[in-house]
Design a protein around this ligand. Structure first.
Ligand code: SPD
Length: 428
């Protein structure tokens, strides 16, 4: 390094890179940290974010300055800069990244930063400054900041994750991933949406199952559409009156990922009362006989990709048909604060099929979904109405025997208490 400048900066254009790598925040973090290490830099910290639908930005802070990146997967392009001080050779990092990203073309310019003859040196006591720095810096340990972001155009929820990816498969329907979030443990992500995490899954799975099962009291035959992680059937099968659960999940990779990596959630797949079918739930309901299910649960993901049809009028008409005369439908209802349109339209659909007063909404809290406020929406075919249950003693006993952590006899009723803005969204 020339002693006429404080630093050396290379600005790199990597083009025609592998687009999948360009969109993979964990791989990019690994490669950037790897590049720094290969160039014998001391890594202090890394911060990486994935943006939905595409793109990664990140910085690796090194003792010798930094490496930064911004990617545009849709163009197979990465803009990288490597800023170094001291003897570190930035071109070693460049060569490493070129290979990792599969860049077929590239260009770079090199600049000297901080021309010493243009600067005036202050009179610092450098020895004390170095000693102070050594007190807090542990060169064997660096902090990682890799973020998974679930967002629409205006809002986002970001979870920090360790950077470790346990499962990453592009199925015919979606990208299925198991990542490890630092706060909520292992999580299932479909495309770039958080589906469930080990530490907060009980909010969703207890609330999708128990309010309707305590309303019906003696449900025997249940159909679950979706729910590939297994949490919903785990909760349904806690009820001893259940004789049969048919679960139809379109994506076998989701089941595989969760069985392997989320066994606490995928805990009931071996229950003999469960029939597991890997197929299209929409077609399954279309072909199902009339009036056979006590309870039909739609545990689908958001209305993009394979779950889009789970928000259609046709689908819910078939659901209505397959329910017994007193049957109940429960559907993942989206958020009145995140995707108001899908939330309101689903309720209109259910009102039009089940009747104006027979499509109640239950709100509950999920910390790992954008805005935290989420809903289940009901379709009540007959008189069984979760807003009017009286068997609270049975709920109390069940909750305590099974060790439930979200649902209880008070939540059973309070979930149906709606803020005024939600009432307005679904006004009849
Ligand atoms: N944005 C998340 C919507 C919820 C999707 N279902 C979660 C599956 C849990 N079994």
């Amino acid at each position: 390094m020339s002693n006429t400048a404080l630093g050396n900066h290379i600005l790199v254009e990597f083009m025609n890179c592998d687009p999948h790598v360009m969109n993979d925040v964990a791989a990019i973090e690994r490669d950037m940290v790897g590049a720094a290490r290969k160039a014998e830099a001391t890594v202090i910290n890394s911060t990486f974010h994935h943006f939905s639908p595409y793109g990664v930005s990140g910085v690796v802070v090194i003792q010798e300055s930094h490496l930064a990146i911004h990617t545009w997967p849709e163009y197979g392009y990465a803009a990288v800069d490597v800023f170094t001080c001291g003897d570190m050779n930035a071109w070693i990092a460049f060569d490493h990244l070129k290979e990792c990203f599969g860049a077929k073309s590239y260009s770079a310019i090199e600049m000297k930063r901080g021309s010493v003859n243009l600067l005036t040196r202050n009179d610092f006591d450098i020895t004390t400054a170095r000693e102070k720095a050594a007190e807090w810096r542990n060169p064997d340990f660096y902090t990682r900041n890799v973020w998974f972001t679930d967002k629409d155009e205006d809002q986002a929820l970001s979870l920090r994750f360790t950077g470790d990816v346990f499962f990453d498969v592009q199925s015919p329907f979606q990208r299925v991933r198991i990542l490890e979030s630092t706060k909520y443990g292992k999580m299932l992500a479909l495309d770039d949406m958080v589906m469930t995490t080990i530490k907060d899954e009980f909010h969703y799975h207890e609330m999708i199952a128990h309010p309707s099962l305590f309303t019906l009291q003696n449900a025997k035959n249940v159909l679950v559409i979706g729910g590939g992680d297994g949490g919903t059937v785990r909760e349904v099968l806690r009820h001893s009156n259940i004789e049969k659960v048919t679960m139809v999940e379109i994506d076998g990779e989701v089941i595989k990922a969760c069985k392997e990596h989320l066994p606490e959630i995928a805990a009931a797949f071996d229950d003999p009362r469960l029939e597991l079918i890997v197929d299209d739930g929409i077609a399954f309901v279309k072909n199902a006989p009339d009036a056979i299910y006590d309870l039909l649960i739609v545990d689908g993901s958001d209305p993009v990709g394979p779950a889009e049809g789970l928000f259609s009028v046709d689908f819910y008409q078939n659901c209505y048909r397959t329910l017994k005369s007193d049957g109940i439908l429960v559907a993942q209802g989206e958020s009145p604060k995140f995707n108001e349109k899908a939330f309101a339209e689903l309720n209109q659909t259910l009102q039009s099929i089940f009747g104006k007063d027979n499509a109640p909404v239950g709100l509950f809290f999920v910390p790992t979904y954008p805005t935290g406020m989420w809903s289940f929406q009901y379709g009540l075919k007959g008189a069984a109405d979760p807003r009017k249950v009286s068997n609270t003693a049975a709920i109390k006993t069940f909750v305590s025997e099974k060790g439930l952590r979200y649902y209880n006899e008070d939540i059973h009723f309070s979930t149906f208490a709606l803020p005024n803005f939600v009432k307005q969204l679904i006004q009849k």
